[in-house]
Write a protein that binds this ligand. Structure first.
Ligand SMILES: [Zn+2]
Length: 310
């Protein structure tokens, strides 16, 4: 995509491109911008996907956003510096308040930038456990002064309207933590999965915040059932060279990782392998070798904690 953007920039077709698509959208009655001209020295990537909804990546969990003259919404905030970069770009599309900020869960690389929105939004929404986890984690780390917490929470589902878009949040139980929200932009048909999918990269499984591998697989079944084959899914994290967005086939592939991890954990524990031995001798999970990167120990520790309880 970078290459395409570069191409458009260098051939001076951005204006024509924007005009054409702006015009097409205008004909359909929705004035939704479709291109962003990033600063030449931008340290981040930011793109529209569809229907005024896009993504932002720089450092931390992928941010989702919606921006049109009718309304603005943001999902997750990375860190303050990154959030400021995003806000600067959003304000070029529409000056004023952000109608809705959502936290998919409490982890610092998704919420540390909340403070940038202190005066920019009236509503920060998250699952009720996400707020509790953020409070507990801040107490433990002694960084309570740095936190900006959600001021609205939900239990199983909630629906919000921003401009012409309907935004649905769902909670299906424990997965990556015990407070992961799945957000659906209905009209754009784009879903932000938070950290419920790590695309081809070893996941963080936050046992301390109620994560559960077995239930995580079921949560992903629900996501596949709820959304259709046209849905674009945004992932919290992806391995280098892999996309931060995708479709149901990527969700199935990650479910396979979790299933194989559970099997491997059960088998190893039954064979009397200690956790230390397991960590020393394992570089990939048998049957899910596509998953790589740093931090396989986090998967192994989590699976031993979970299997050991049974
Ligand atoms: Zn996370």
């Amino acid at each position: 995509m970078n290459t395409r953007r570069e191409f458009l920039k260098t051939t001076g077709q951005v204006a024509a491109y924007s005009f054409l698509f702006g015009h097409l959208y205008a004909c359909k009655g929705a004035k939704v911008p479709t291109t962003i001209q990033l600063p030449a020295d931008a340290s981040f990537n930011m793109q529209f996907l569809r229907g005024g909804v896009g993504f932002f990546t720089e450092r931390g969990g992928t941010i989702g956003w919606m921006a049109s003259k009718d309304g603005m919404a943001v999902i997750d905030t990375q860190f303050p510096e990154q959030s400021q970069h995003l806000v600067d770009e959003l304000m070029k599309i529409k000056k004023g308040k952000i109608d809705l900020l959502i936290n998919t869960h409490h982890h610092g690389d998704h919420t540390a930038g909340n403070k940038v929105y202190r005066d920019l939004t009236d509503t920060i929404l998250a699952h009720e456990n996400s707020k509790k986890n953020q409070e507990n984690s801040a107490k433990k780390r002694g960084n309570e002064a740095d936190q900006v917490y959600p001021n609205e929470t939900f239990e199983t589902s909630i629906r919000k309207r921003v401009g012409n878009e309907v935004i649905d949040l769902k909670y299906y139980g424990a997965g990556h933590t015990n407070g992961d929200a799945i957000t659906h932009f209905q009209n754009a048909n784009i879903v932000h999965m938070g950290d419920l999918v790590f695309n081809r990269r070893f996941p963080y499984i936050d046992t301390g915040a109620g994560a559960n591998i077995e239930n995580w697989i079921k949560v992903l079944d629900q996501a596949k059932r709820n959304y259709d084959d046209e849905t674009i899914f945004i992932w919290g994290h992806a391995a280098d060279g892999y996309d931060i967005k995708g479709g149901k086939e990527d969700i199935s592939a990650f479910q396979n990782y979790l299933e194989k991890l559970l099997e491997f954990g059960e088998k190893s524990m039954r064979a009397g392998v200690t956790l230390d031995e397991l960590i020393k001798t394992t570089t990939t999970i048998p049957g899910a070798e596509e998953w790589t990167g740093k931090g396989i120990d986090r998967s192994l520790k989590a699976v031993y904690a979970e299997v050991g309880k049974e």
